[in-house]
Design a protein around this ligand. Sequence first.
Ligand SMILES: Nc1ncnc2c1ncn2[C@@H]1O[C@H](COP(=O)(O)OP(=O)(O)OP(=O)(O)O)[C@@H](O)[C@H]1O
Length: 902
Amino acid sequence: MADSTKQQVMEIRAGLSHALGAAETALARAQREADAALARLDRITAAAGSRRRKLAEARDKRLRSITEWHDTELSALSGAAAGAADRAAPGAAGEPWHSFEATPLPRAAELRVGRLLLPTAPGPADQPAEPGRPWQWDASSAPPESPEVPALVELLDHGHVVVHGDRRLGDDVVAGLLLRALGTSAPGTVQVIGYDPEHLGGGLAGFAALAPVRVLTFVPPNGLGSLLDELVEHVRRINETVLAGEFSSLRELHAATKRRPEPWRVAVLLGAGELNRHERVQLDRLLRTGAACGVHLIVHGLAVEPGPGIEFVTAAPGEEARIGSAGDLPVRLDPGPPPAILTATCRQIAEAVAAGPAPVALDSLLPDPAQEWRESSATGLTAPLGDSPQGTRVQVTLSDYPPHALIAGPSGTGKTNLIYAWMGALAARYSPAELAFYLLDFKEGVSFARFAPGRRDQSWLPHVRLVGVNVNTDREFGLALLRFLGAELRRRADAAKQHEVTNLAELRAEDPTGVWPRIVAVVDEFQVLLAGRDAVTTEAVDLLEDLARRGRSQGIHLILASQDISGIEALWGRPALVAQFTLRIALPRARRVLAEQNSAADSLQRYHAVVNSDSGAAEANQIVRVPAAGDREQWSALQHRLWRKLPPGELPPRLFDGDVQPKLENSPDFRALVAEDSPAPVALLGETIDVMSRSARTVLRRAPGRNLAVLGTRVEEACAVLATAGRSLAAQFQRDGARFSIACFDQDAQSYAEALHARIPDCGWYDASNVDWLLEDAAAESTAAWPADRPHFLLLYAADALPGGKAALDQLRTVLRQGPERRLHVLGWWRGAGLLRDTLGGQGSRTDPIGAWVALDVHGSELAPYYPGAGAPNWYPRPWRALHFDRSVHRGAEVMIPYGAS
Ligand SMILES: Nc1ncnc2c1ncn2[C@@H]1O[C@H](COP(=O)(O)OP(=O)(O)OP(=O)(O)O)[C@@H](O)[C@H]1O
């Protein structure tokens, strides 16, 4: 058992020792592993620390760069915003007050009320920057400064502005907005209506300069309802007549047509208390629909619900102010406009409005040059006269209805300009075969002369057949024109009768090869023609009435213009005449040209006219803005273009200039004379006052009384008449075909008589020393029994001073009485009508030896003895005009102009 026990112990011991060894080994291994684990832990811990550090560094760097990018971006964005704001609000819309000046812009801009307060980027000192990043600025320089970004609101062409908050700051906002709206638009195109019941307009006191020109008007404290009604009605009218379904807003119309036919109306409502239901409804309507029609509201102190197109400005000090469109961004409002700038700008605008709108160019009335002279005048003449305020063309027609026009406007309001513009528009459309002008200007000056060739410009307006200028003392010229037109009327009526038609359109259809232009006769300041209570007026009115009545169907149209037609008795005394002038054109402040109740001319702006083709009835009013046609250069361009279209050889119009002495050399009658030893020689005497250039004449045929007396004291004129007679007679004879004798008894006339003597070959010369020979000879010739072989013309200068006493006088009487039948004619100058009577035998003696006379400064009554019938000719002497009467051909005396020295 012991062995076994021992054995067993041995075995146990061995087992234990083995186990111990194993345990120790395990322990040692565990120890190693523990050590290794610890070492790894150390390593990991160390690595983690380093990683954290690195991450922190990387994070910091990234954060820094994000901040920098943000700042740069912010600054770039605010730069862009400032740039955009500059574009949206250029010039007067956005300039700060210190550099503000009115700058009308081509289209409505946004308006500055203050500036946006954007978040700012911190300076570079706060955050060291890493160089080399493209979005970073150079660390050595300052960050880009954020530009100021203005706070803008939209008003004109966009919407309405409602200001609330601080009352005083709000007033500043309103004043600033208004001034910018006025300053960015052309003067007069923004009209302000102020409603300020609390301060009775005091809130807009700085704008007072605009009131006299009605750019600013005030509504009385109880007038809000009617103001809103009026504006609503205005919106309705614009929608109906201006936008007319074609455009959705005036802004759209402006963009499409470049025209802005209606001014903006800005109603400033400064506190209104409680609105009644109707007012509220109207206000809401305007807030909804006004802006499209140019009606804008600036409301301060009145609750308004938010809505589209309504900008809200909260007026508050410091950074508390806001504008609706900028959300929560704080705004610093501008102060109100400095009073000096406000008043100066308003005054400037008022002056510009008072001066009127800038003129429109004539070109706007003309068709494309390729379209010139394309119209037919068969049924009438139609041309634009300008644009209406709504931007539509106003066409004016002359035809069977309306046939004639009356134009009226005080001096300087643009009648002449309107006539030019109308003529230009017509002349560019109708060729000279379709339209002919006869122009007469009774005004002092030479306004129509530009249509005829002049010294500086040889061109003429091809349609013009006659131009009469400086005729204010030659009313006879007006009469001549009317007579001429009367004759043309008869010619046309006869042609119409022949073709069995009744009017020009039908005549042209029946006679397609005939040239039947419509005739337009323009008489400016025509009241001068009708001014006297005399034969000229009576005949002129009769002729006018006939022309007006019958001319309509024969294509003869009258345009009569006058400063003031209200005082023309001769016109208003003939209602039938006035009734024919159905086209009425009134310039600003014209009186009586429109119907009695029609006062449209009173409120016309400068350069505008009322055109009315229904005898002035108010319903037919059309307002037209007349372009400037006075500009010589523009006019010349048109005239030259049309003139160059004329075929070569076309004759220029006849120019009658009452201030110019005509020349015998230019007389067609004188030029036509031929030396044919005529048995009925013609003595030319002067230029008649007529449509065609024609010389006054007397025929010295072999018949009793064929002598000529020139009467009056004006030496130069008397000598001019005798020289004309002598030269024209001489031109009709061969060298020996007639005998000429000149006798002169007045020193003052000597040089003139000598000049004539020098011009006539083989002319005899006599004076006081030898005239007895001449008279003796002539008296013998006059009573001789044999027939005269050739005529003998005795030209006596100052015949009343004939020396030789009774014997000489008797001889002269013999020659006067009997000479003409023996071809011996006296052409004598007596220095008075009474002196001629003395020559003839004194009071009661017969005057028939004087068959023709020319009176200068002799009154009509003195001429009665030499004039048929009981009356005397109507003659008031005037310089370089003479009255001519030839009893063999004349019913009445005619005025003539002596030819000037040549
Ligand atoms: N539509 C216009 N646009 C620009 N200027 C104009 C216009 N109408 C007239 N004027 C200018 O006004 C001035 C007076 O015009 P105009 O001579 O036509 O007037 P008027 O009524 O005929 O005057 P008057 O009878 O005294 O001659 C001129 O200098 C003319 O150039």
